[in-house]
Every structure is written in C-alpha cells, then in structure tokens.
Design a protein around this ligand. Structure first.
Ligand SMILES: [Zn+2]
Ligand SMILES: [Zn+2]
Length: 52
C-alpha cells in the first residue's frame, strides 16, 4: 500500500488514513500521516479529482 500523494510505501496501519474519493467514490485514497499533517493535495487516479 502506498500514499496517494507522496507514494511512500506504508507499513504501519497507524500512520495513514484511508477513504474513498469524494468525487467518484470508486477509488480508495490513502494518505500517510505526513501528508495529512501537511494537508497535501491528493489526486484521484480514477477521475482526476484533487482534494485536500
Ligand atoms: Zn504521503
Ligand atoms: Zn475519484
């Protein structure tokens, strides 16, 4: 599993959040703790939606 924003490989389950794309609800977005703290924008690979 990789962070959608920075593509860091995530090992520990405590260090990331997982949610479905708020636009298409098809793609699972994974964000690591670092990206969440920085509020890094993610881009959905399915629909190209960019969200905080
Ligand atoms: Zn990240
Ligand atoms: Zn999407």
């Amino acid at each position: 599993m990789k962070c959608t924003s920075c593509h860091t490989v995530l090992i520990s389950e405590d260090n990331f959040t997982k949610f479905t794309c708020s636009s298409c609800s098809k793609e699972t977005i994974v964000r690591c703790k670092t990206c969440r703290l920085k509020s890094t924008v993610y881009t959905c690979p399915e629909c190209g939606f960019e969200g905080p």
